[in-house]
Design a protein around this ligand. Structure first.
Ligand code: ATP
Ligand code: MG
Length: 743
């Protein structure tokens, strides 16, 4: 009997190798010893038809005549199959890409060598023997190669790996499936280490190139250091990084770089180490950590060569002039052209930027005119209102101003920040550099485009980061991997835009969100900022899906642990839209806020006290708090009353009197009945408008004493009027005399 086995903790390379080996030894039984990687198990669960796996205990190990081992040569790594090794006359076959060690077993067949993945070795054999490969198999085999070569970025990658992958793609390997499984999440220890590294990270500039250096001491051995440094480089989007780890007797240097200017292989050589230009390491004895750092900086100074990136190559030019006329609100396009002309006179460069550019391209209405000015934004704003009429409010500290033009249109004007001016040596790039930097600070590619307003190049779209393409592909994509760490509120924003436009975060952005959440990034965010982002999301016309997304990634719980998306709440989130539509005129007239109603939906399971504490905690304004509190507090009483079969108008009045419009709409939503809705409607249109003729003055003339009694009389009179007991002014007088006899 033939048995194929791999190592414990099988990864994709191991699994793929098992599947490939089985095609070479079609009658062999196959086992995975111990348990496989979580991702591998998930993959097998989804693709059970890929391979017929036996459990270790299902196999009669004594009967094994030939053992085929893939992706290892070590006896201690093959689990229970190890017992097979004592079978008499056993034949061993190995397929393994790992470098040979002394503890390796020897096989009759033993194929290895310089390959990035064991799968590659086996794929070469399948190819040579012309063994048929299904698209499903090709996908898994490719996945094995992708994984072990870090998607062909690890230094161990060889031409053979790329050839094998190319062959597999031609056999139908599905790249989408591969990319889904390639975004691995961090392990707990990696997260901890990563956080520690992040805290210690500092950056220095050498010959104009930013280099991250992390110096840390540890008394025990750190596993995963190299992998974590690699990950850190990705997350922080670092060009190059050096980690100096001091343990008791030695210092280990792990270095990664992705730019030519910093060749870490050469740099670590100065410490007796070495490796590739992109990944290298060194071990140093008999030196202090501090001195290693000093020496490293010296070495860097002599070995780092500055690199000049051609900025123009990133620029993507396209005219959107006609869109400005077509999609902007009437009058705004003309105004923008004027703004450009005015700027030109004084040599300012002005650009339309941000959300309005995005919406312009999408054909969505947007009234927020945001401008960025090269030069001084505030002086430009002054100059602009001197020409067009209006006034400005300036914020010196930020170099921003709001110009309110005579027509009432508001324009936000910002300065492309000073520090964006490049050094004198880079003069020609100053303008582009400054705008580019300004745009680079923004949240997503789709929000980081600008349109030139100066005449001559009016309407030219400036898109450094592929925003236009991402709009077309419906993607929400960050500009760099540090984005969510720099500003965690962008996670809310990503979800908001995604749901508003029916877009998706791209894979990398999604992964960065997950990483940021794992690192509990929200703890750094003030409650006020979280509140504002929640309000922004809940103000969207249909926030239902965004709320679901927030819930799924655990943000809602961090707002209040008791917020659960019960079926009830889900239903409310679905039905609220039609109710909001039906009550839109009232909401509009009374400046009602849909977000308050959505908020009330979310906190309905919380006790009144909990809602109060939540509001305090998040620092809602008094007005916001009152509306929320009244909405939450009045609900059960009001709905109970409004559902009664008989309800006199005065009682309807008393049930709803003084409630904000948001609370009323919430009552309609939760009432889930035509009756309740009709009654609230009646309250809004008629009941609450009812007036009596009698005034305080009249009561005085009638001989009543001023005081609390006045209020009581007027109130009861109103109720009587509502119920039709009194009608005319004379019957009002009669009602008063009858019911409030003077003593
Ligand atoms: P909306 O239609 O909701 O107003 P918007 O994109 O206009 O969307 P704003 O909050 O008005 O959003 O911000 C204007 C612009 O400022 C954005 O388009 C973006 O370029 C930038 N911006 C806003 N918030 C952030 C942030 N947290 N991080 C980076 N850039 C931001
Ligand atoms: Mg906006």
């Amino acid at each position: 009997m033939d048995l194929i086995v791999t190592h414990i903790g099988a990864d994709f390379d191991a699994l793929a190798s098992l599947v490939a080996a089985r095609k070479i030894y079609p009658r062999a039984l196959v086992i995975i010893p111990g348990s496989a990687d979580k991702d591998v198990r998930e993959y097998l669960y989804k693709n059970p038809e890929l391979i017929d796996l036996k459990k270790e205990k299902e196999v009669d190990f004594k009967k094994v005549k030939r053992l085929i081992v893939v992706d290892t040569r070590l006896a201690k790594r093959i689990g229970e199959a190890k017992t097979v090794l004592s079978n008499r006359g056993l034949i061993l076959h190995f397929y393994d890409h790992h470098p040979r060690t002394k503890s390796d077993l020897a096989g009759r067949v033993d194929i290895g060598g310089r390959y990035g993945a064991t799968t590659t070795i086996l794929v070469e054999i399948l190819k040579k023997r012309k063994i048929k490969i299904s698209p499903e198999e090709a996908t898994l085999l490719a996945l094995g190669i992708y994984e072990d070569t870090g998607s062909f970025t690890f230094p161990s990658t060889t031409p053979a790996d790329l050839r094998a992958a190319s062959f597999l793609v031609s056999k139908g390997a599905n790249i989408n499936t591969i990319s889904d499984f390639m975004r691995r999440e961090l392990t707990k220890t990696q997260v901890k280490l990563l956080n520690r590294l992040l805290r210690l990270e500092k950056r220095i500039k050498i010959n104009g190139i930013e280099i991250a250096i992390i110096k840390l001491k540890s008394s025990n051995y750190i596993t995963d250091l190299a992998a974590t440094v690699h990950r850190l480089r990705d997350i922080e989007n670092l060009e190059s990084i050096f980690v100096l780890l001091g343990t008791k007797e030695r210092i280990r240097v792990v270095a990664r770089s992705r730019i030519k200017a910093v060749n870490v292989g050469k740099i670590t050589q100065a410490f007796g180490g070495g490796g590739h230009a992109t990944a290298a390491s060194a071990t140093i004895r008999g030196m202090e950590l501090r001195d290693v750092e000093k020496k490293l900086i010296e070495v860097l100074k002599s070995k780092v060569t500055p690199e000049i990136a051609p900025e123009e190559s990133l620029l993507f030019r396209k005219s959107v002039g006609p869109l400005l006329d077509r999609n902007l609100p009437p009058g705004v396009a003309g105004l923008l052209a004027k703004v450009g002309k005015i700027a030109e006179k004084k040599d300012f460069r002005v650009y339309l930027v941000g959300g309005i550019v995005r919406d312009l391209l999408l054909g969505v209405e947007n009234f927020d005119v945001d401008l960025v000015v090269k030069g001084d934004g505030i002086s430009f704003a002054r100059y602009l209102v001197s020409k067009l009429g209006g006034k400005i409010t300036a914020h010196r500290r930020f170099g921003t101003a709001v110009a309110t033009l005579s027509g009432g249109i508001k324009i936000d004007i910002a300065t492309a920040r000073k520090e964006f001016y490049a050094s004198p040596a880079a003069l020609p790039a100053v303008e582009k550099g400054s705008l580019r930097e300004d745009l680079y600070r923004r949240d997503f590619t789709i929000n980081a485009m600008a349109v030139r307003l100066n005449p001559g190049r009016y309407g030219e779209l400036i898109d450094f980061f592929g925003g236009w393409r991402d709009l077309k592909e419906r993607k929400v994509k960050v500009l760099h991997n540090r984005s969510f760490i720099e500003d965690p509120t962008r996670i809310f924003r990503a979800i908001r835009f995604q749901e508003r436009y029916g877009f998706f975060m791209d894979k990398n952005t999604e992964r960065l969100v997950r990483d940021a959440l794992k690192r509990k990034i929200f703890r750094r965010l003030s409650k006020q900022r979280i509140r504002e982002e929640m309000i922004a999301i809940l103000s969207e016309p249909r926030p239902g899906n965004a709320i679901l997304a927030l819930y799924r990634i655990g943000i809602l719980k961090s707002i209040h642990p008791k917020i659960r998306l019960s079926p009830e709440i889900k239903k409310d989130l679905q039905t609220v839209k039609t109710i909001l539509d039906r009550f839109a005129p009232f909401l509009k007239k009374e400046a009602g806020k849909s977000w308050i109603i959505h908020f009330l939906i979310l906190v309905q399971q919380l006790s009144i006290l909990e809602v109060r504490n939540l509001c305090r905690n998040f620092g809602f304004s008094r007005e916001q708090y009152n509306k929320i509190f009244k909405g939450r507090e009045s609900l059960s009483e009001a709905t109970r009353k409004l559902k009664k079969a008989e309800l006199k108008p005065s009682l309807l009045y008393r049930a709803l009197q003084g409630l904000p419009i948001e609370a009323l709409v919430f009552i309609v939503l939760k009432g889930r009945s035509r009756l309740v809705e009709r009654r609230v409607h009646r309250y809004l249109t008629r009941v609450r408008r009812e007036k009596i003729r009698t005034t305080g003055n009249k009561l005085k003339k009638m001989g009543y004493k001023q005081g609390p009694l006045f209020k009581k009389i007027l109130q009861e009179l109103l109720w009587a009027k509502l119920d039709g007991v009194v009608k005319s002014p004379s019957s009002e007088t009669k009602f008063i005399i009858d019911n409030f006899p003077k003593d």
